[in-house]
Design a binder for this molecule. Structure first.
Ligand code: PEP
Ligand code: MG
Length: 747
């Protein structure tokens, strides 16, 4: 029986292939296909419904239903049996359709005469395209083999849709990749961008879904799998240089050697699919499972299978990366995920980046922030929807992306961009002025940086200096530890570009989510609370000492400012400082010029340091609050986990009170204090910090204008009173009171 069905479905597929080969118009082709499916399966009806827009299915061709219903009968996803097939992305097979839940009688089709119904989704890689239905009068359920055969045919139809096989006189019968789609992701980096899609990894298109030579196809598949296994083994033996983690590669190896996976693909080939179509069929099934599996671990493994299938498809078709697609003007990069090095390679040519995965603290986000490119992360399914060259709008402020936007959306967006540009002009006009509040208090504003490419922003943003230079970016984006000479040259160029303005070099801050590709993977139950930053620097001081030498050499007699990250107790600061002093002596002995002035500071990122002995505050030349980390530890709320991060307002009374205590401790010892977490760049937060006595703030360059502008229009003493009154009332956050006062002050 299985044998017979195999050859039946092969016969059906080769008839389909013959249809594809003929140069007919889209509609004729669809009509012919419904005819031949009904004929081959011995049913009275065969109909093809395609998606008109994201929510509507349209009867596009039929054999057996009333011809007048074609392009007239429509239903929403979920409506009727056909709509339910589309919604559930699973077949419905029933001997008595009218008795089935959800059945909807459509008089125009005359379908009540048909009792049996088999509908299968037409989908490609988890993307809904339509529904393929066969119906007959006799009451029978279709056999498993018949369901399978129809699913295989539906898959070939999906490939044909992708290839535009059903495009008729000037109009697409299927509206896929045509209608506007909005994606709601998460803010990775603020800013707005308009441009055109540029896919990091263009999708492989299966141009030959059907084959009548199963032996040859099986041989092709086996050769490709052999190559795949070799490449996975190579990646595993070379794991320190690659980007993938061992866990992922082990999963790749497991799948690449999985007999079940290979067997299922061989069965599909035996039924008439080409090798690449068989791979894609399995990939689609994995994607469908991915959407329903609640277990995160299993979902990750299915994701690995998806990646591996892509690799296999690239091997089989020679398509994929480096297809030579030209970069459009104003390119917006779309990727499932991207490594920091790859993103840096694109550099500032990009207008924006949208990722399907990614996290706010990922390396890619760090680089996008450093490059000041708007970034939206977790835009689910965008890589499946977007095509190279599609118009796209990225609203990094809201975490929203509009693909193929409607005119009204595009024009509202243009207005927003224009308003922002106007605001930028206003900011440019106050660039050279101090951030002096209405009541005469001066707040000094600095910028955060991490790349040489950031330095041009120093004069243009109006920053007084670099309040935080994150040195880990050079380490994160290389395949090996950078050399001392290389680092010294880079740091020297940074100081040159700063033209005498102060640059606070923070020593290497790795660990937590910032994992160096060449560092031995180290499993930790909770990396954010783990072996990171100064803890690594003190336990394995080789790299930190090399970095300190590079900084001293780069200064070459100029002033030098060094800051140690993540100091949790006085002792750690003492030890780190000791390393620096030893390197000073060593460099001196080697005859290198010492910095004319050395400032050694600490980042206050754990609540414990706020309670350190007085001696710490006396010894530190300055302290900078790393609010991103400090806030996560203060509230015990992971900064990477949006669900809990958003729960706690930075203007929460407890947090502000805590910040004020730190201000007092520093004031007592005359220790300069600044704030360099992301919150410093949010105007309302910045005003509140300044009101609490934090009069030095460091932020991304683009925030300096808005923060300065608000400070200059604010009476800080007044805001301090409002904050104190709100605190006395016992509110949870002072935000509403401060916002109201600010609004009143702006008049
Ligand atoms: C911080 O924690 O606030 C900070 C500035 O450091 P990073 O974001 O690099 O951890
Ligand atoms: Mg930090």
């Amino acid at each position: 029986m299985a044998e017979a069905t195999e050859s039946e479905s092969r016969k059906l597929l080769s008839r389909l292939q013959a249809t594809m080969a003929e140069g007919e118009a889209g509609q004729e082709r669809l009509d012919r296909i419904t005819h031949l499916i009904a004929d081959s399966m011995g049913t009275e009806v065969c109909s093809i419904y395609l998606l008109r827009d994201s929510d509507t299915l349209e009867l596009c061709a039929t054999e057996g239903l009333a011809p007048e219903a074609v392009h007239v009968t429509r239903m929403r996803i979920g409506e009727g049996l056909v709509g339910r097939v589309a919604r559930r992305a699973r077949a419905i097979n029933t001997a008595n359709a009218p008795a089935e839940r959800g059945f909807r009688y459509m008089p125009e089709t005359g379908e009540e005469r048909y009792s049996s119904f088999l509908g299968v989704p037409i989908q490609r890689l988890g993307e809904r395209l339509g529904v393929l239905v066969v119906q007959s009068k006799d009451q029978r359920e279709f056999s498993d083999d018949e369901v399978y055969a129809l699913e295989v045919v539906a898959m070939v139809l999906a490939e044909m849709t992708e290839l535009g096989a059903f495009v008729g006189e000037g109009e697409a019968l299927s509206a896929r990749h045509k209608h506007p789609v909005m994606f709601r992701g998460i803010v990775g980096q603020e800013g707005t961008a308009m441009g055109r899609v540029y896919l990091h990894e263009p999708r492989v298109v299966v141009t030959r879904p059907v084959s009548d030579d199963p032996e040859e196809e099986t041989a092709r598949l086996k050769t490709a799998i052999d190559k795949l296994r070799v490449s996975v083994d190579e990646m595993l033996s070379n794991v320190t240089a690659g980007g993938e983690s061992v866990e992922v590669l082990e999963a790749y190896r497991m799948f690449a050697n999985s007999r079940g996976w290979l067997r299922r693909m061989e069965e599909d080939i035996a039924r008439g699919l080409s090798a690449e179509a068989a791979v894609e069929k399995e990939q689609s099934a994995a994607r469908a499972r991915m959407e329903t599996v609640p277990d995160a671990y299993l979902r990750e493994r299915l994701q690995d299978l998806d990646d591996l299938s892509n690799r296999l498809l690239r091997l089989l078709t020679g398509q994929g990366r480096d297809t030579g697609a030209e970069m459009p003007q104003d390119p917006i990069l779309i990727a499932r995920n991207i490594g920091p090095g790859e993103l840096l390679d694109y550099g500032r040519s990009l207008r924006g980046v949208v990722l399907e995965e990614g996290s706010v603290g990922s390396h890619a986000a760090v680089v996008a922030r450093a490059l000041a490119i708007p970034l939206v992360i977790q835009a689910s399914r965008i890589t499946t929807e977007a095509l190279n060259g599609d118009p796209i709008l990225v609203d990094g402020d809201q975490g929203v992306v509009h693909l193929r936007p409607e005119d009204t959306v595009a024009s509202a967006f243009r207005d927003k961009v224009a308003m922002q540009a106007e605001a930028q002009e206003r900011y440019a006009s106050i660039r050279h002025r101090q951030a002096e509040t209405r009541d005469g208090q001066v707040v000094s504003l600095h910028m955060n940086a991490g790349l040489m490419a950031d330095l041009p922003s120093l004069p243009s943003s109006g920053a007084e200096g670099v309040g935080l230079f994150r040195t880990e970016l050079q380490f994160l984006t290389r395949s090996q530890v950078p050399r001392r000479g290389e680092l010294a040259a880079l740091y020297a160029r940074v100081m040159d570009a700063a033209g005498g303005r102060r640059v606070v070099f923070r020593t290497l801050d790795i660990g937590s989510d910032k994992v160096l590709p060449y560092m031995k993977p180290f499993e930790e139950p909770n990396p954010a609370l783990g072996w990171r930053a100064i803890r690594v620097g003190l336990d394995k001081p080789g790299v930190m000492r090399m970095q300190l030498q590079a900084l001293i050499r780069a200064a070459d007699g100029r002033p030098l400012t060094v800051m140690f990250p993540f100091i949790a107790q006085f002792e750690e600061f003492l030890q780190a400082r000791d390393h620096l002093m030893r390197e000073m002596d060593r460099e001196d002995a080697l005859g290198h010029a010492l910095p004319s002035r050395l400032e050694v500071g600490a980042m206050l990122e754990t609540p414990s340091l706020a309670f350190a002995p007085r001696q710490f505050f006396e010894l530190a030349d300055f302290i900078s609050i790393g609010g991103n980390d400090l806030k996560q530890f203060f509230f015990a709320a992971d900064r990477e986990n949006e669900r809990v991060r958003r729960r706690y307002d930075t203007l929460n009374v407890s947090f502000l009170t805590f910040l004020q205590q730190i201000v007092h401790r520093c004031d007592d010892c005359d220790t300069p204090l600044s704030f360099c977490g992301e919150d410093a760049g949010r105007p309302v937060e910045a005003v509140c910090f300044a009101a609490m006595g934090l009069n030095s703030l460091s932020m991304r360059p683009a925030s300096i204008g808005p923060v300065k502008s608000l400070l200059m229009r604010t009476d800080l003493g007044e805001i301090r009173k409002v904050i104190n009154a709100a605190r006395a009332e016992g509110v949870q956050t002072v935000r509403p009171a401060v916002m109201e006062a600010l609004r009143a002050q702006q008049g």
